[in-house]
Design a binder for this molecule. Structure first.
Ligand code: ATP
Ligand code: MG
Length: 138
């Protein structure tokens, strides 16, 4: 059993499709064990995507991630980190497999509806940043 961190991004909260995304998560045997709707600050978004700070899309990315509410989640299941990355699909929805969240819902490579941790170290770090232990009930 493993936990990963997820964000349902502003393009999805704007279109009121958080339930459809959660349905896909649950249909894939992953369990949402914590979730809350928040507005990211500029500072939070910049820290979160710090590894991309030198990329040409960084400024746009921060604007987008702070353009509306997000839903932050802790997702639990067997092999949850890799599994959720598979359920999300490729970063660019044009390259995402049928049935994945991004294939079904993403608008483009930036407005791609969801984030999922890419490693165990990052999953622990990201969960710890956004959640208190008593908010996660597995
Ligand atoms: P995430 O980290 O959000 O889970 P990812 O790991 O699939 O997504 P990254 O390469 O880490 O992809 O990029 C982080 C985010 O930056 C992407 O999810 C997307 O919103 C945005 N992004 C990535 N590449 C581009 C690009 N070429 N143009 C615009 N935005 C991009
Ligand atoms: Mg990433």
């Amino acid at each position: 059993m493993q936990r990963t961190f997820s964000i349902i991004k502003p393009d999805a909260t704007k279109r009121n499709i958080t339930g459809s995304i959660n349905k896909i998560i649950e249909e894939n045997n992953l369990r949402i064990v914590a979730q809350k709707r928040i507005q990211l600050t500029n500072e939070q978004a910049e820290n979160f995507y710090d590894i991309h700070k030198d990329k040409p899309f960084f400024k746009d990315l921060i604007e987008y991630m702070t353009s509306g509410p997000v839903v932050v989640q802790v997702i639990q299941g067997d092999n949850a980190i890799t599994k959720y990355r598979e359920v999300m699909g490729a970063t660019n929805p044009d390259n995402a497999k049928e049935g994945t969240i991004r294939k079904i819902h993403a608008l483009n490579v930036q407005e791609n509806s969801v984030h999922g941790s890419d490693s165990e170290v990052n999953a622990v770090k990201e969960i710890d940043f956004f959640f208190n232990l008593n908010e996660i009930v597995g």
